[in-house]
Design a binder for this molecule. Sequence first.
Ligand code: C2O
Ligand code: CU
Ligand code: CU
Length: 475
Amino acid sequence: MPTRRTVMKAGGAVLLPAAAYATSALAAALPNERGPKPVRAEAPEPFTVRMPIPPTLKPVARTSTTDYYTMTARRASAQILHGAATEVYGYNGQFPGPTIRATAGRRVVIAQTNQLDMDTAVHLHGGHTPPASDGFPLDVIAPGATRIYEYPNRQQATTLWYHDHAHHMESEHVYRGLHGFYLIEDPAEAALGLPAGEYDVPIMLRDARFDEDGSLHFEAEDFQKRTTILTNGRTQPYFPVAARRYRFRLLNGANLRSFVLRLGAGEEVAQIGTDGGLLGAPVPTREIKLSPGERADVVLDFTGRPAGTQVILADDNAGPVLRFDVGGPAYDASRVPAVLRPLPPLGEPDVVRTFHLGIDPQDFTFKINGKAFDPNRVDTTIRRGDTEVWEVTNADTFTIPHNFHLHLVQFRVLSRNGRPPAPAEAGWKDTVPLQPGETVRLQATFAGPAGRYVYHCHLIDHSSHAMMATMEIVD
Ligand code: C2O
Ligand code: CU
Ligand code: CU
């Protein structure tokens, strides 16, 4: 049976009131308005939609030290599926939100207005941010209100993202679209000659579950049912590339899903960066693993491939997520130097702590060190400037993966299950995966401003409930 939409398409774009159809020949084809909605929203055929690139937001003002922006979180209608629009929550109504391009050392100030009918809070993931601007779960923006967020950007070039962090609500808010890229650039990185400008492309991967009418279905923990993968907000898009090098900043923006990505038939790609910026040297790899919140910066080289070549980026579980369609050759002065940004030596730690992430067998909630999140309790007190080693264990030894994310700092992975980290994990990180039973040792120096922050599992359906804790940096 044709849907109302297909009927309207066939009959032209004019929308008539239902009464007008009553006597028309089309009446029989129309669904009963009182019956269940017959719309069937479906993903477009694979590789028929071009991957969008979230537009870069323009500052509303610039001074010698600061770029000023405004953003509004609101409901919006996104064209994701065929057959129906999808209601999302979007920064400026965009899905994903607009990209901020910041410069290290230049301040960014964002006036965030909340036009949703519920509290929001904006967190810059990976940012070395003063506490009042970090999106602490209780520091919310009430409906209709505006809050000013200040980002000093006193950190090296890297790929960050901003997303909602309102107490208990962040998992649903992020799921519905409150997420976007925030890139920091610096002169040292620019001098390396990596692919830049239109050849430097952020890609957010995430999953979603859609109802038949095209609406986003949110149910905490229903990971198995979130079977549609969105690549910059679209299903299985294609992306035209020239036969040259590209830099892609991959972000896992999913609530629970991890990705294991491969290019073509398992081609080698160069990973150049992680959560906190460039690696010491490019790491050749055939698979890119991303747990929720992690970023991988890669250079893909299409040089020498004939026009018409198609190369698929696929996830081990979900299948193809993107197809690169190679066009003609293009002038390419970019390079991938053998040395990117040497990592500084690790200092001696002042403090060593242990953390256990796991499900409480008493009440089946996810906890850290046996405690459920309480924003009014300080779990870890840290002296400003101290270097600490955190030994973090996923105590759920059977099937439940977690990961671990620290606000305010990037850390280094000292070991994973007693062994040295893989080369790509040896760079600056702020989020690390923890398979059941795994232990990682992390080292961080808490140089940032004093105040209260959180750390948590970034499978945010877990953290939204209880798998989160607070740390206070004290002078
Ligand atoms: Cu992506 Cu608390 O963060
Ligand atoms: Cu964060
Ligand atoms: Cu978890």
